[in-house]
Design a protein. Structure first.
Lengths: 208, 208
DNA sequence: TATAATAATGACCGGGTGGTCAATTTAGCT
DNA sequence: AGCTAAATTGACCACCCGGTCATTATTATA
């Protein structure tokens, strides 16, 4: 079976990079519907026909790009999870938030694509993608909460589903606001350490 | 000073209603950029020139509509706030969540416009509007938390700003998920009472 | 170097957009 | 009824969209 991005993957690395960069820029600045293939080819410095040769449709280009974004997110999450297995819940939560902040700093455009995907209703297959991400997040935070329950750091009779939901709500919202503040230039209304401390205290108390 | 919606407001009520209904339908089903003035006039059964006579631009029609949506939201919030001044924090929180659920049930399309506005980045003046809503929410939840602190139901040394943030995050996320589940037909994966109870317990413990 | 295969190009297509405005219908007034 | 002013209309405009494909440029093979 030949993937739909096969032709693209056989391109010289430099050209691939240019196209990916242009696409990431476009999809991070505009939502799916208003992002323009014309603008992408312009930015990438290639002909329109070429782009449609590499990716049959706008939708398939978008899929390629958001998979890339989600892949990066996953890598950050996996890394911090593995690096903190032995830490107590509180410290672990802190590291996770830090890692999120780091991701936003390192990849602001990918972060934007990620948040766009989660919070807006327009991307193709949105429902499927979002529910996949939901599962991912559930597994991820679920594991961390379970570990803490096993160690008696959190109430072992917790409704884990709800606990995950609360954690997910606050973490995502915090990172989204942080990302927005950052891209508007007023990031340091957030005293980050203060917030991270507040979040961890709140959760360790609330879920005790 | 003559408002830009002056001409619209002088229309017969029935015609106004038709136009508002068509606009609400369109703006709830599509985001700002992809919502179509052509579709609005089609739905409303009026000529395109007429709509642009009542509202000079798409943006001004949108403003009219979302003000309407936010006005309704505010009315619900005010009502539940005033009806619960004497209740303890826990009961009060329950009523607020219930009221949100009720709003979604009564006005699903307005709810959609509201969530679109908050969570997607495309509406005109989005930044200004969102920060206004932020203030509104801060005042509203801030007042309720302050009341609870005054009555020693919550820790009087709480960082109120953070407490509001946590509450806002979880409430908004819960209502958004509820709204989405409802519009996909699988609303009763939410055992609502269970969730409302979980939320209130979590917060009373977490902010104690 | 001649030929075949492959890659890249951009003019072009049908269709949709927000917005305009001359022409027509309707309403109000004497 | 006759006249005027206001309201309504929809054809039309310039622009942009995703996508196509005949033509051209490049590369590989001999």
């Amino acid at each position: 079976m030949i993937s739909s991005t096969n032709k693209f993957e056989q391109l010289p690395t430099e050209k691939q990079a240019r196209i990916v960069d242009a696409s990431v820029a476009e999809f991070s600045e505009r939502n799916y519907e208003t992002a323009s293939m014309n603008k992408v080819v312009e930015r990438a410095g290639i002909a329109k026909g070429s782009l449609f040769n590499y990716f049959k449709t706008k939708s398939s280009l978008y899929h390629h790009i958001y998979h890339l974004a989600i892949g990066e997110v996953k890598a950050y999450l996996r890394k911090v999870r593995d690096e903190t297995v032995d830490l107590p819940f509180e410290k672990r939560l802190t590291k996770i938030v830090d890692s999120g902040v780091q991701f936003i700093t390192d990849h602001p455009r990918l972060a934007r694509i990620y948040f766009r995907l989660i919070y807006s209703a327009d991307s193709p297959n949105r429902q499927k993608i979002v529910s996949e991400l939901q599962v991912l997040s559930n597994d991820y935070l679920g594991e961390i909460i379970q570990d803490a329950m096993d160690r008696n750091e959190l109430d072992p009779n917790l409704d884990k589903g709800q606990a995950v939901f609360f954690l997910d709500s606050v973490l995502n919202r915090f990172l989204k606001d942080y990302h927005e503040a950052k891209s508007h230039g007023d990031a340091d209304q957030f005293n980050r350490d203060e917030w991270v401390k507040g979040i961890t205290i709140f959760f360790t108390k609330g879920l005790k």
